[in-house]
Design a protein around this ligand. Structure first.
Ligand code: FCB
Length: 448
């Protein structure tokens, strides 16, 4: 099979997980309902100029109220797993201490709704919506937030741990830390590499410290963390560009993978970041390397880099490939990149299980007067990435599940509602959902 042959469900192992992926802030709305506290993303949206279309997520897809129909849609599509995230400020409006019963009750209803429909709940504890009250005390820059995360994890897993048997501690620390504290694109909005690295250390530490808590409260559960990873190639065959690939990979991928797999932070990357290196206390690296049950991988696009003395701390800069297919975001479409990435992760880290917890694309969608969305590029993207996934499975990579990003069009962070990633189109004025051709095809694939 090549990445051009469209696979069928029967081409995959019978016990493969087929899912859709979502996150709380991006779909729930109900931003101030039932005692929910403010999150850093609520605050960020309120800052002029932060969100490209000036929007916020106070209503978003109103999934908080419409979740039964969304779960019906997922069930009809034929998925057997549903990835969602829990909004920390709904549970602990000020980050720690007083528990908001109404917040827990919402996730009770949501999880029960999944179970009633035969959808296996995959819960992410942190998909970026930190309580603003904790940000006011330093956010991920302070070690106290690690303790607060463990407390929050305890509250959530005590309540849901009997029914949720798949837990993802964090979604994409690269984005919450590097884009949030250094690149100034995501909340809380910072410009310091040192801050980003300290934040990432605390995020990883909170992952490690929460694992025994989840194990205690959710017996038999599978636990993992989800990273956004990128296959990286060199702009030329030169030794300089090859060295630039290694440096860039150090911060982009190995910075997270190495400590999770017990190797500590990569020495070459630490040397390059110099004084920006995080404070690491005795025992931290052991906690971060606490064994998990799977590695969650989110794959969107590959990167190409060249040696560039002016290219930041890694002395590398990104090169735009010419003539390649791109999504509406400008991200390169590369099914082969998925094969390369998964093969690399297996070769270098050998996780027992990999779950592909996100993969998807955004394009300009048009809802026709007949109520159809002919999203042929997204459909082709999905089919070719499933073919790539199949190639990786056949090559012996232990990837056991695929979660399409996303069930619904939603609030795409700093891009607001300008980017549609859903298998279902959302008309934000009426909250009407319409399965796109890609979603209809995924349903046929799953029900075959
Ligand atoms: C990932 C995020 C997810 C969504 C997709 C498009 O980085 O995890 O929330 O924004 O990108």
């Amino acid at each position: 099979m090549t990445t051009h042959t469209i696979p069928t469900r029967q081409d995959f192992p019978a016990d493969f997980r087929w899912g859709v992926s979502t996150s709380s802030f991006q779909i729930e709305g109900a931003g101030q309902a039932d005692g929910k506290g403010e999150s850093i993303w609520d605050r960020f949206c309120a800052e002029p100029g932060r969100i490209r279309d000036g929007s916020n997520a106070l209503v978003a897809c109103d999934h908080y109220h419409l979740f039964p129909q969304d779960l019906d849609m997922a069930q009809a599509m034929g998925v057997n797993a549903y990835r969602f995230s829990i909004a920390w400020p709904r549970i602990l409006p000020t980050g720690r201490g007083a528990v908001n019963e109404a917040g827990l009750a919402f996730y009770d209803r949501l999880v029960d709704g999944m179970l009633e429909r035969g959808l296996d709940p995959w819960a992410t504890l942190y998909h970026w919506d930190l309580p603003q009250a904790l940000q006011d005390e330093g956010g991920w820059l302070t070690r106290d937030t690690v303790a607060a995360f463990v407390e929050y994890t305890d509250v959530v897993t005590r309540r849901l741990g009997d029914r949720v048997k798949h837990w993802i501690t964090h979604n994409e620390p690269w984005c919450s830390c590097m884009m949030g504290y250094w690149e100034n694109i995501h909340a809380p909005g910072g410009t310091s590499l040192a801050d980003a690295l300290q934040a990432s250390h605390h995020v990883l530490l909170s992952h490690g410290q929460s694992i025994p808590v989840i194990r205690r409260n959710s017996p038999g559960a599978d636990i993992g963390i989800t990273l956004s990873l990128h296959p990286i190639t060199a702009a030329s065959g030169s030794a300089e560009d090859a060295a630039a690939v290694k440096r860039h990979d150090g911060l982009r991928n190995r910075w997270f993978l190495d400590p999770l797999f017990g190797r500590g932070y990569p020495a070459d990357t630490l040397a390059l970041v110099g004084d920006a290196a995080p404070t690491v206390l005795p025992g931290d690296l052991e906690a971060i390397a606490t064994p998990t049950d799977f590695l969650g991988v989110n794959y969107y696009f590959p990167e190409m880099v060249k040696d560039d003395p002016a290219g930041g701390p890694m002395r590398a800069s990104l090169v735009e490939k010419e003539g390649v297919e791109r999504t509406g975001f400008g991200w390169e479409v590369s099914p082969q990149g998925l094969v390369d990435l998964l093969t690399r992760v297996q070769r270098d880290y050998n996780p027992a299980v990999i779950q592909l917890t996100e993969n998807g694309s955004t394009f300009e969608d048009v809802l026709t007067p007949e109520g159809r969305v002919h999203d042929k590029e997204r459909l082709s993207y999905l089919q070719r990435h499933l073919a790539a996934l199949k190639q990786a499975v056949d090559a012996g990579v232990p990837v056991k599940g695929y979660f399409a990003w996303s069930l619904l069009d939603n609030f795409e962070w700093a891009e607001g509602y300008l980017r549609r990633f859903g298998l279902a189109y959302v008309d934000y004025a009426t909250q009407q959902r319409t399965l796109k051709d890609s979603g209809l095809w995924y349903g046929r694939f799953l029900n075959e």
